[in-house]
Design a binder for this molecule. Structure first.
Ligand code: ATP
Ligand code: MG
Length: 467
C-alpha cells in the first residue's frame, strides 16, 4: 500500500472514530478528504462535537463506491456514510428564492467549496488534498476562520449583504450560532442582517422551528432572541413576541414585557436537566399580554397566550402533542395561592392544572418570578408544592381511572346504552371525589350516578347528589 509510506499527522483536535474512518477511506482511494463545518469549529473551541461533515473531490457516485453502505441524503448528492455527511466540493449558483441555490456545480478545489459557506468559522477545513502523501494533513482556512474563532467573532464569508440575500436562512443561523457558540456578530455582518431582515419571510416554518429548537439550547437563550430583536428579525419571524416590545410592566428595573420574557427564559435555562418544554413555556408565557392590556392589567392573558403559543408552534411545525402541553401549562400559570386554601381546594387545583403538568407549571412560575426580579423563592409556591405532593401521596384520585367505578359499572347499574353520558358522569364523580375523597366507594358513586342520570322523558331531573 504505497500511500501508507508515512503516517497521517496527528489531528489537532479529537476526531470521532467514524469520522477518521471516512477520511482514511477517501485518502486511501486517492481522494481529498476534509473535515468541514460546525464540527471543526466546535472541536477547535474544545466544545463537544457532533455531526461530522466531510468534503471531498470524489463525485457522489464515487463516494457511494467507496462507501457501499452509504446512501444519498439529498438532491445535491450528499452521501451519509458511517453516520458522516460526505459532500462533493461544490459551488452554489443563483438563489432565486432567497433560500436554495437553483443549481450547484462540482469543483475539485476545496477552497472554492469553503468560500460558498456562510460564516468564516464554518469555513475551516482539516484534512488532505487528493493524492497528497500521508503526513501532509493540515488546515485550509481561506477566509481566516481560525483567527475569527480565536477572537470570538462570527463573520459572514465574503460580502455579508450578498450572503444573506442569497439565503435568508443564514439570518437565523447567525443568531443561533452566535448564541450557542458564544460568538459576537461582527459589525458589517450585523448591519447586513438588519438590512435583509425582512427576507427571513422566505424561510419555511419548519426551518424556523429547527433553528428555534437550537436557539433554546444556548447557554443563555436570550442571547439569540436579543439578536433577533436588534436586527429586526423578531417581528417577521415571531410577531407574537415582538408585540411585547414596549408593553409596560409594573416590575422594578424591567423595561417592558419583552425584557421580562427574556429574563424568564434565561431563568428557565438554569434548570437542570434542560427542559425544552419549560423553555418554550418561558418564551411564550406572556404572549397574551399585549392583546389583553387594559388599565395596567392583563386579565385573562394566560388563556390568550396559550392560544398564541400553540398557533406559533403550529406555524413552525412543532409536534402537536408538545405544543398542546405548552399551551396547557401557559393557560395554567396564573393561579393565586393563599395559605387559607382547604385541602379540597388544593385537590381542585391539581385537577385544574392536570397531574401531568404540575411540575412544569411550578417550574414556569419560578422562572416567571425570577424574570420579574424576585430574588428569593416565593414561600407560598413552595408551600403549595408541598401540599400538592402530600395530596398525591395520600392517594387522591388523579383521573377517572382512579374512581371506584368505571363506565361498565355505570352502564350495568343504570341500564342505559353507552354514550357520551358515561364520560360526563365519570367527570362529575371525579369532581365530587376530589372535593371529598371519602366518597370514592363503589356504593357511594353508584348512588350519586343514579341521582344524576336524567330520568326518562316526563320524569324529574335530580341534579344534585343525595347526601
Ligand atoms: P451545527 O451542526 O452545529 O448545526 P453546522 O455549522 O455544522 O452547525 P450544518 O447545518 O450541519 O451546520 O451545516 C454544515 C456546514 O455547511 C456549515 O458549517 C456551513 O459550513 C455549511 N452551511 C450550512 N448551511 C449553510 C447555509 N445556509 N449557507 C451556507 N453554508 C451553509
Ligand atoms: Mg453540522
Amino acid at each position: 500500500m504505497p500511500e501508507q509510506a508515512g503516517a497521517p499527522a496527528a489531528p489537532p483536535f479529537p476526531i470521532a472514530a467514524h469520522a477518521a474512518e471516512v477520511l482514511a477511506r477517501l485518502w486511501a482511494a486517492g481522494h481529498a478528504g476534509w473535515l468541514v463545518g460546525g464540527a471543526v469549529r466546535d472541536a477547535l473551541l474544545g466544545r463537544e462535537t457532533h455531526d461530522w461533515d466531510v468534503a471531498t473531490d470524489a463525485r457522489p457516485e464515487t463516494i457511494l463506491g467507496i462507501f457501499p453502505e452509504g446512501e444519498y441524503e439529498n438532491r445535491f448528492g450528499t452521501v451519509l456514510a458511517l453516520g458522516v455527511e460526505v459532500t462533493t466540493f461544490r459551488r452554489d449558483h443563483h438563489y432565486p428564492d432567497h433560500r436554495r441555490p437553483a443549481e450547484v456545480t462540482f469543483t475539485d478545489d476545496v477552497d472554492e467549496d469553503l468560500v460558498r459557506r456562510d460564516f468564516t468559522v464554518n469555513a475551516i477545513a482539516w484534512g488532505r488534498a487528493a493524492g497528497a502523501p500521508a503526513g501532509s494533513e493540515g488546515f485550509r482556512d481561506p477566509s481566516g476562520g481560525r483567527a475569527d474563532l480565536a477572537e470570538g467573532i462570527l463573520r459572514a464569508v465574503g460580502d455579508p449583504a450578498r450572503r444573506f440575500d442569497e439565503d435568508a436562512l443564514r439570518l437565523l443561523r447567525a443568531a443561533r450560532i452566535s448564541a450557542t457558540v458564544g460568538l459576537r456578530i461582527e459589525p458589517a455582518t450585523h448591519a447586513a442582517m438588519t438590512l435583509h431582515a425582512d427576507d427571513v419571510r422566505w424561510v419555511s416554518g419548519e426551518r424556523v422551528g429547527i433553528e428555534l429548537r437550537r436557539m433554546l439550547e444556548a447557554p443563555r437563550p436570550s442571547a439569540a432572541f436579543r439578536i433577533l430583536t436588534e436586527t429586526g428579525l423578531l417581528r417577521p419571524v415571531f410577531p407574537e413576541l415582538a408585540a411585547q416590545i414596549g408593553v409596560p410592566q409594573a416590575k422594578a428595573g424591567i423595561a417592558d414585557c419583552w425584557e421580562h420574557t427574556l429574563r424568564t427564559l434565561d431563568a428557565a435555562a438554569t434548570v437542570t436537566p434542560r427542559d425544552e418544554r419549560l423553555l418554550l413555556c418561558a418564551l411564550l408565557h406572556d404572549t397574551g399580554k399585549p392583546a389583553t392590556m387594559e388599565g395596567g392589567h392583563f386579565r385573562g392573558h394566560e388563556a390568550v397566550g396559550a392560544v398564541f403559543a400553540e398557533a406559533l408552534l403550529a406555524r413552525v411545525a412543532w409536534p402537536r402533542r408538545e405544543a398542546r402541553l405548552v399551551g396547557r401549562a401557559i393557560a395554567a400559570h396564573m393561579f393565586h395561592y393563599e395559605p387559607t386554601w382547604t385541602d379540597a381546594a388544593v385537590r381542585r387545583f391539581i385537577h385544574r392544572v392536570g397531574a401531568d403538568l404540575l411540575a412544569l407549571v411550578f417550574a414556569l412560575r419560578r422562572a416567571d418570578d425570577t424574570g420579574s426580579g424576585e430574588e428569593l423563592p416565593d414561600p407560598g409556591l413552595t408551600e403549595l408544592e408541598d401540599r400538592v405532593a402530600a395530596q398525591i401521596a395520600a392517594g387522591m384520585p388523579l383521573g377517572i381511572g382512579d374512581l371506584a367505578v368505571d363506565g361498565h359499572d355505570l352502564q350495568a347499574e343504570l341500564g342505559r346504552p353507552p354514550g357520551p353520558w358515561i364520560g360526563e358522569i365519570l367527570e362529575r364523580l371525579l369532581d365530587s371525589v376530589t372535593n371529598d375523597p371519602a366518597r370514592n366507594t363503589r356504593d357511594q358513586l353508584l348512588m350519586d350516578a343514579r341521582a344524576w342520570v336524567p330520568r326518562p322523558a316526563g320524569g324529574k331531573d335530580a341534579s344534585e347528589p343525595t347526601r
